[in-house]
Design a protein around this ligand. Structure first.
Ligand SMILES: Cc1ncc(COP(=O)(O)O)c(C=O)c1O
Length: 393
């Protein structure tokens, strides 16, 4: 396992205590669901001061700009990531899109890793380009070679660690360093690792985005996103989110705060259960290759060892080539894995993946299938897989 910047003991304490020191909490353990929209002022002078400071974290002006509970959650996320500030938004995809919009303007050029989450690519291709931003894709394993792709107008470098569906681990400090040297904003989607297993801002990244809908909320019943920034980029990102008018919902803010309390132990379980299932899958005759950062043949495995302190329970397997009918029969035969696009909840999920690449062709032969390992009994999960895998023979 790689080294982690926050010691386990202090992380555990942080997950219990951060974000609770708010006067509105009274004597309850948890902060309430704060539904407020209109906030009231006793004097016009107080109102005017609030309006003048509305872009600042902690200023109570109007519900869309934040309330005591969303501010507490944002402070907590910023602290866990080692950042200067955080904006909580409607969903993980919103965090991605707002961060890109906060970084780039018409006439700019943006570099995006070839293995990003599909809708991130979709936003870049269909929205950013429509607003006059040029988008180019790069091989996520490029490392310092990214410098050759930088242009004078490159405003942002967007990447994921590890990549969606295929789990290559990029050289985070190298890519962030190249971006910074060229004055571009580095934006990393850190949803897989959560701040428990990696803190990209401490590795030189400017902005880390998260889908809190995954492990952070952890129960497949909330949608929320986070944009966590270093000092240099915080004001610009916060202003973009507030100007667009986005705001995480009150109930989702509550669920994220609650989910964070148990995040560390859930991540440790996800790692242990995920590794047990992955090790078993790796030995099956139907498996060609594991796409899992903790496996030596995964591109960037050594970088994962260097920069991460653990592995989430989401990974893919390249199975031997088979027919569509066989693939369907395998997935449909699974009784403990449901088909679903999200992950990071308590339930196990399975999803065939078709890697879409434009910078460097995807050359693995075989069928890529992604698994999210939940909290079920691991032996039962393996028995289930063992039965279903016969359809791939
Ligand atoms: C890596 C990654 N980033 C972002 C998102 C988007 O998050 P949300 O579903 O909260 O919009 C997802 C969703 O699957 C994801 O896998």
């Amino acid at each position: 396992m790689g080294s982690r910047p926050v010691k386990d003991a202090s992380l555990s304490d942080a997950l219990v205590h951060l974000g609770r020191g708010n006067p509105v909490s009274g004597r309850s353990v948890n902060l309430p669901i704060d539904q407020s929209s209109t906030l009231l002022f006793d004097t016009l002078a107080e109102f005017e001061a609030a309006r003048a400071g509305r872009y600042q974290h902690g200023t109570l002006y109007y519900g869309r700009y934040g309330n005591p509970v969303s501010f507490a959650l944002e402070r907590m996320m910023a602290t866990l990531e080692g950042g200067s500030g955080c904006v909580s938004v409607t969903a993980g995809l919103t965090a991605v899109t707002l961060a890109l919009m906060g970084a780039a303007k018409a006439g700019d050029h943006v570099l995006v890793a070839d293995n990003v989450y599909g809708p991130t690519r979709g936003f870049c291709d269909s929205v950013l380009t429509r607003y006059g931003v040029e988008v180019a894709y790069f091989d996520p394993m490029v490392g310092e070679g990214l410098a050759e792709l930088m242009q004078p107008n490159t405003a942002a470098v967007m990447f994921e660690a590890p990549g969606s569906g295929t789990f290559e681990v990029p050289d985070i400090p190298a890519i962030a360093g190249v971006a910074r040297a060229h004055g571009a904003v580095s934006i990393l989607d850190g949803t897989w690792a959560t701040p428990v297993f990696c803190q990209p801002l401490t590795l030189g990244v400017d902005v880390v985005v998260h889908s809190g809908s995954k492990y952070i909320c952890g129960h497949a019943d909330a949608m929320i996103g986070f944009i966590v920034c270093n000092e240099a980029r915080y004001a610009q990102m916060r202003k973009m989110a507030l100007d667009i008018g986005d705001k995480a919902g009150a109930q989702d803010v509550f669920l994220a705060l609650r989910g964070l309390r148990t995040l560390e132990m859930r991540m440790r379980h996800a790692q242990d259960a995920g590794m047990t299932v992955a090790r078993w899958l790796a030995e099956q005759p139907q498996s060609l290759k594991m796409l899992h950062p903790a496996f030596p043949d995964c591109p960037g495995h050594a970088l994962w060892q260097r920069d991460f302190s653990g592995a989430a329970g989401l990974f893919s397997v390249v199975f031997k080539p088979c027919s569509d009918a066989q693939l369907h029969a395998f997935v449909d035969a699974l009784e403990m894995f449901s088909v679903g696009v999200s992950w990071g909840g308590f339930e196990s999920l399975v999803l065939p993946v078709k890697p879409h690449r434009t910078a460097k062709p995807w050359t693995e032969e075989g069928r890529v299938v992604r698994f999210s390992i939940g909290n079920e009994n691991v032996e039962n999960l393996i028995d289930d897989l063992s039965r279903a895998l016969k359809h791939l023979d």
